[in-house]
Design a protein around this ligand. Structure first.
Ligand SMILES: Nc1ncnc2c1ncn2[C@@H]1O[C@H](COP(=O)(O)OP(=O)(O)OP(=O)(O)O)[C@@H](O)[C@H]1O
Length: 231
């Protein structure tokens, strides 16, 4: 059974601990949502799993294959959507997807399929820098799913999406789950979390302080936690 395993991963900057040892795991088709206030450590944890930040301790593996020992093979199985980006602004939408597609040897048909899925076919000749916030988010999401990754990591993916695209996004994620993709994403939108997640991890000051599996009244539960643990 395909499995993502994150064991006691931490991150210490020069003077600051951004993440205390945190663990999580997810099997094929399951979705873990990270929530918690600003600065709780969600992006740090996602970037470490994505291989963009080196952890100060801990191990991460997919199907027993550790990131440290087989970095290239590990990374080939990851799709990552960052919460922000400034690069490649002067590419067109089409060039952007072809650029990321070429890094993963993705065929033209798949690129067209993704462009259609994220609703940017009409914008394909426009520059990335001219896109609205929501369209940029859709483009970033598109590049993360291009190569049908085993593990999909998304940092606040619904930021800036209008209600139609939030709905579409939920549908796409649920389809990806059905096809077996493991998904880990951070969000402040608890209704989205409730619709897609199998487990919600509530983070505070670099720690996972609560694991929520009961999705009844999820918005109320997390709001209470947010109030109690606001940062
Ligand atoms: N390069 C860095 N150097 C030092 N501290 C950092 C660095 N990057 C992040 N941090 C700190 O690590 C902590 C966790 O930040 P992180 O971005 O992971 O939080 P987050 O939960 O994603 O927050 P938000 O919801 O606001 O995006 C914060 O206290 C932040 O200030």
């Amino acid at each position: 059974m395909t499995e993502l395993k994150v064991v006691s991963v931490s991150k210490v900057y020069k003077k600051k601990t951004a993440l205390y040892p945190c663990s999580l795991q997810a099997t094929k088709g399951k979705c873990v949502v990270l929530c918690g206030g600003n600065g709780a450590g969600k992006s740090t944890l996602l970037k470490i799993i994505a291989g963009i930040l080196f952890p100060s301790s801990g191990t991460i593996s997919i199907n027993g294959l550790e990131m440290n020992s087989s970095r290239e093979t590990y990374l080939a199985q990851i799709g990552f959507m960052p919460d922000d980006f400034n690069a490649q602004e002067m590419m067109t939408v089409e060039e952007f997807l072809h650029f990321y597609g070429s890094l993963r040897r993705v065929g033209k048909d798949r690129i067209s399929e993704v462009m259609d899925l994220i609703g940017l076919v009409d914008k394909k000749r426009e520059l990335v820098k001219s896109l609205s916030k929501g369209m940029r988010q859709r483009l970033l999401f598109g590049q993360s799913i291009l190569a049908n990754p085993t593990v999909l990591l998304l940092d606040e993916p619904t930021n800036g999406l209008d209600p139609y695209w939030v709905n579409q996004f939920v549908e796409i994620l649920n389809q990806l789950k059905k096809s077996g993709t493991i998904i880990v994403f951070s969000t402040h939108m608890m209704d989205v979390a409730a619709e897609v997640s199998d487990v919600i991890l509530f983070m505070k000051q670099g720690n996972i302080i609560q694991t929520i599996t009961n999705k009844n009244n999820i918005e109320e539960t997390t709001m209470k936690l947010m109030k109690l643990h606001r940062q």
